[in-house]
Design a protein around this ligand. Structure first.
Ligand code: PLP
Length: 453
């Protein structure tokens, strides 16, 4: 091992090697990346007894490859052929052309905080706030970075001093280990857990809010069960009943909806922000990049008297979205305001007719030996109803190793992400933009050529 360690390439020789002589990167950047790779190599020799040590020139080539990969454009474009419309790992809702153009226009100097008529200082929310309020159907709206930020802000400000009451049945984990209850508490708000996993009653909430208690809770938090369902011996307090309890005790009812449907063009089973407000929620929290079909953002919609203190709180400044987000979100609100079918990619995908998908899949499969067209199910995903599946159509490849083919597709240009299931690779056409069908076909052809080699 010490002999192998002694043979590790020397940094000066690596930096002077021909493979790094003409690269586009600064010398100090090359050195830092090379040092990281060298440390990994040293660890492999020490821990696994690896004795195959590269020459300085070989190592320099691997440093050059690493630099090229590191400073290539990331994240890169992917064709989503998973059949999951809102795929969190693939960036959730794809933006509309209008949203992309609005974001590009805002990326340079823009009238973010200046009122052009008067030349005076303005608010970055001046146009977005009334536009969103009008399409959502809410008295007032505030926007933060994402729904998690909305939850943090609402609970931190409105949950003082007694904390928020939350049913144990709604202590949802949303993904990557993040839980609604701990996010709500992250700003110092106490969480008063009530009820049990399967059953929570009105009396549980009432007890937590009872002024006779030492420190009654200051607000009620309701969380939409966005990624699972409960069946069997279960009971939860319906939103209108909870609203009546909140009103009787004079505390706000905060409803974390997550998915944030506005209704039009989406399955009617999806709860809308407006329906939560109508059922008596004082504030509804939702994501911008789920069923709203826009950029990542946190929407706080509801009573102006409650939205205002959130907007004024110091934390709001830390959670405020940037101009590019605001521009894309405004374009998304505009799409919701226009007459007719909603011109957002998400809504177009939901509205696709299986017969159209069948024709597109047949056209893609026609040029690919061994590819067939098969019926499948697409899902909305991203915190919409877990049972919400819709009929879809896929190009199906029963290839020798579907996972090897799936890997080659992911590594192609553009990258394509499909689904491996039942010994086959499925490329669901519902989540692929029709304009990308030709690119999908070409990528598939290339991936098949690569696995054949
Ligand atoms: C998705 C979701 C969140 C988190 O939203 P982000 O915009 O990803 O921060 C919070 N609560 C519920 C109920 C959700 O579905």
């Amino acid at each position: 091992m010490t002999e192998a360690l002694a043979r590790l390439p020397k940094m000066d020789r690596v930096l002077d090697a021909p493979a790094l002589a003409a690269v586009a990167w600064r010398r100090e950047v090359i050195r830092r990346v090379a040092e990281t790779l060298l440390a990994q190599l040293r660890a492999r020799v020490r821990e696994r007894g690896d004795t195959a040590v590269p020459s300085a020139e070989e190592f320099a080539r691997s440093v050059a490859a690493r630099l090229d990969a590191l400073f290539d454009r990331h994240p890169t474009r992917v064709l989503n052929a998973t059949g999951v419309l809102l795929h969190t790992n693939l960036g959730r809702a794809p933006w509309s052309r209008d949203a992309i153009e609005a974001a590009i226009a805002a990326a340079g100097a823009c009238d973010l905080e200046v009122e052009l008529g008067s030349g005076q200082r303005g608010s970055r929310f001046a146009w977005l706030r009334p536009a969103l309020a009008a399409v959502i159907g809410a008295e007032d709206v505030h926007v933060v970075n994402n729904n998690a930020a909305a939850l943090l802000l609402a609970c931190t400000v409105l949950g003082q001093p007694g904390g928020v009451v939350l049913s144990h049945g709604q202590m949802v984990e949303i993904g990557d280990g993040f839980r609604v209850a701990t996010m709500a508490a992250a700003g110092g708000c106490r969480i008063v857990g009530v009820g049990s996993t399967n059953r929570t009653h009105a009396t549980d909430y009432e007890a937590a809010l009872d002024p006779a208690r030492g420190a009654p809770a200051s607000a009620i938090l309701w969380v939409h069960l966005s990624n699972f369902e409960q069946h069997g011996y279960v009971a939860e307090v319906a939103l209108p009943q909870l609203a009546a309890i909140a009103r009787a005790r004079g505390v706000p009812l905060i409803a974390d909806l997550g998915s944030g449907s506005l209704g039009e063009g989406l399955p009617p089973r999806e709860p809308t922000i407006a329906s939560y407000l109508e059922q008596g929620a004082d504030l509804v929290l939702a994501s911008g990049d789920k069923l709203l079909g826009g950029p990542q953002a946190g929407i706080i919609a509801g009573r102006a008297a409650l939205v205002e203190p959130l907007r004024r709180h110091p934390m709001a400044r830390a959670l405020r979205p940037d101009k590019v987000t605001l521009a894309a979100l405004h374009a998304t609100a505009t799409a919701h305001a226009r007459r007719g079918a909603i011109a957002l990619p998400l809504h177009r995908m939901v509205g696709l007719d299986p017969a159209q998908l069948q024709a597109r899949a047949a056209a893609v499969a026609a040029a690919i030996p061994g590819a067939t067209v098969a019926a499948c199910e697409a899902t909305i995903g991203g915190g919409s109803l877990p049972g919400d599946a819709m009929p879809s159509v896929a190009v199906r490849l029963e290839h020798g190793s579907p996972s090897a083919l799936a890997r080659q597709l992911r590594l192609g240009t553009p990258a394509v992400v499909g689904r491996v299931e039942g010994g086959a690779l499925w490329l669901d056409l519902r989540t692929v933009e029709p304009d990308d069908d030709a690119a999908l076909q070409a990528a598939l052809q290339q991936a098949l050529d690569r696995v054949a080699r």
